[in-house]
Design a protein around this ligand. Structure first.
Ligand code: GUN
Length: 296
């Protein structure tokens, strides 16, 4: 069997097209959705993410507000900026780029963001709302994975799903989203015994461990859908590096029914889902109808 390749780049482009249409509808009602992104310090990878976020926000017709603060910014000053963004009526979504410098307590900063503007879905209140099956803002990467799974499989009800990884950003919210769609969910992690045996049961595998090519093809049940969240740098040819996922793509694709590639799979969906969350937050803030299929 050769797997269907799930083209996340094309999926994300379609999603952004849909969001742009909905932004136009919301603007016609007199509101422009706005996203504020806060970057503290000059981590080069974070700077690239933030630039891409700003560009894509503008491309779908939303307002983008960028706040770049120096590496030695005091926590109190960052909290003050967040307090201002919380009350700014032009701002519907706030994202504080992680990681933050070591002298700043990430939990305090995340807790300071207005729950209704928390488009990362990292605030404990949104985590609680998601895990109790209530309307929440949901972390972008797992939301993107869920959208691709629904598009590929239709109903997820009753399917065996194994999530490998238990991070707050991907593994745990992914498990909650799959539960919400009535899958039978197992969360596996670095201490799981017989990981291969556990993964072999799965109709859906979501790999989010951050270890290059950790999942071999002989762990995959024939026909399973494999979502690879990993983005790892590995040695390529002639001393260059290349991006690889958490799954060994060639051997997994030979067995799976469908699989996301790295790059070009889950990655492009994350920012598209950030835009979706910003639009959702804007609609909720203004009592406007929420577009179908953009939230969990
Ligand atoms: N750093 C890398 N990815 C993310 C993300 O999705 N959200 C935030 N806030 N920081 C990040």
């Amino acid at each position: 069997m050769t797997a269907t390749i799930i083209d996340g780049k094309a999926f994300a482009a379609r999603l952004r097209g849909r969001i742009a249409e909905e932004v136009a509808r919301v603007k016609a009602a007199g509101v422009t959705p706005g996203l504020a992104v806060v970057l503290v310090g000059d981590d080069p990878a974070s700077a690239v993410y933030v630039r891409n976020k700003g560009r894509q926000t503008a491309e779908v017709g939303m307002e983008s507000f960028e706040h770049r603060l120096p590496d030695d910014t005091a926590e109190a000053d960052l909290l003050e900026l967040i307090a201002r963004l919380n009350t700014d009526p032009k701002v519907h979504g706030i994202l504080c780029q992680l990681p933050l410098p070591a002298h700043i307590q990430t939990d305090r900063v995340l807790a300071a963001i207005d729950v209704a503007k928390d488009v990362d879905g990292f605030h404990v209140s949104n985590v609680g709302l998601l895990s109790t099956g209530q309307k929440a803002l949901v972390p972008c990467t797992p939301l993107g994975c869920l959208m691709m799974l629904r598009a590929q499989l239709g109903s997820l009800a009753g399917l065996e799903a194994v999530v490998i990884g238990r991070s707050n950003i991907v593994g745990k919210p992914m498990a909650q989203l799959l539960l919400g769609d009535s899958a039978t969910v197992t969360v596996a992690h670095s201490r799981t015994r017989d990981l291969g045996e556990v993964v072999r049961r799965a109709d859906i595998v979501v790999a989010a461990v951050g270890r290059p090519r950790m999942v071999p093809g002989d762990w995959i049940k024939p026909g399973a859908t494999v979502i690879d969240v990993g983005i790892n740098r590995a040695a390529g040819e002639a001393g260059a590096t290349r991006l690889v996922g958490d799954c060994d793509f060639e051997s997994c694709a030979a067995v799976a029914g469908a699989i996301t590639p790295v790059p070009g799979g889950v990655g492009p969906m994350t920012i598209a889902c950030l835009l979706a969350n910003t639009l959702t937050a804007c609609c909720r803030a203004h009592g406007l109808a929420e577009p179908d299929g953009l939230a969990a």
